[in-house]
Design a protein around this ligand. Structure first.
Ligand code: FE2
Length: 285
């Protein structure tokens, strides 16, 4: 069978929402347009020069049944949680948090020079791991491999493998790829993504042709948009004049029922009831 290049099935315009204690976000997954992109439950881009847009942060709140992935581009978010963890996520750092059975945490952006930008992705957990022990993979910027190809394409490998280099975050149920990619003007980026895995790109800067293949020029997309790919073996993107900068994310779909209640994502209503009960009884964590 010949290798098939994925095409673009949807281009999503992020919606402006306010979450936490009043943080302004651009949300592209978990909206009316795109509720769920199995296994991805939510995708937020936060970015502002105005501290009023973010300083209220995300005070103490619970999570169960999911993983949250925070990737900072600039600024600092301080966090602490019910397991006694505390620290900061700074420019270029990633925190891959497996909430599993339950965690209570706060995520508070700090005032350092004004500009704050970053991304949060929620990855669903399979039924068998929904109540797993909570776990963190905290990766400092310098520990994230960055490669440069001969055509000038630069790739930071947060998760997954590119050109024989494996990313910093390992052993995640969704077998994810999470890359931060910069493609200079007119250069082409190509990457294998396992067939059957869901894949999307979040274009945060510049412009490119997405889903290029032998038969088609692809779909022109300018930041900031989320691009959903069809199934296939590879993704190909050609940068236009300004170059293009985007995240490329993929993961294995679960195909399981999803019942959401804010920060709890389980398989049944009863399991959501149980989470609320555990929270009331103090048996959540
Ligand atoms: Fe959270």
């Amino acid at each position: 069978m010949t290798s098939q290049s994925r095409t673009v099935t949807q281009v999503i315009e992020p919606q402006r929402v306010s979450d936490g204690a009043g943080v302004k976000l651009k949300r592209s997954i978990a909206t009316a347009t795109l509720d769920y992109l199995d296994p991805f439950l939510l995708f937020d881009h936060f970015g502002s020069d105005d501290p009023d847009d973010y300083i209220a942060g995300f005070p103490m709140h619970p999570h169960r049944g999911i993983e949250t992935v925070t990737y900072m581009h600039s600024g600092v978010v301080e966090h602490k949680d019910s397991l006694g963890h505390a620290g900061s996520i700074e420019s270029g750092d990633v925190q891959w948090m497996t909430a599993g059975h339950g965690i209570l945490h706060e995520e508070m952006p700090q005032l350092r020079g004004g500009h704050l930008s970053g991304f949060q992705l929620w990855v669903n957990l399979p039924a068998r791991l929904k109540l797993t022990k909570p776990r963190y993979q905290e990766v400092a910027a310098r520990q994230i491999p960055e490669i440069q190809r001969t055509n000038g394409v630069r790739i930071r490998i947060i998760a997954g493998s590119v050109d024989g280099v494996t990313g910093a975050v390992r052993e995640i149920a969704a077998d994810p790829t999470y890359l931060d990619i910069s493609v200079p003007a007119d250069a082409v980026f190509s990457q294998a993504i396992p067939r059957g895995h869901t894949a999307f790109a979040y274009v945060y800067g510049g412009e490119g042709q997405f889903g290029v293949n032998a038969a088609a020029a692809g779909t022109p997309v300018r930041g900031q948009k989320l691009v959903v790919f069809s199934d296939g073996d590879t993704v190909e993107i050609k940068a236009l004049q300004a170059g293009v900068r985007f995240l490329l994310v993929s993961g294995k779909p679960l195909g399981e029922p999803v019942v959401r209640y804010g920060p709890f994502v389980m398989n049944t209503r009863e399991e959501i009831q149980q989470a609320l009960e555990d929270l009331r009884n103090g048996t959540f964590v």
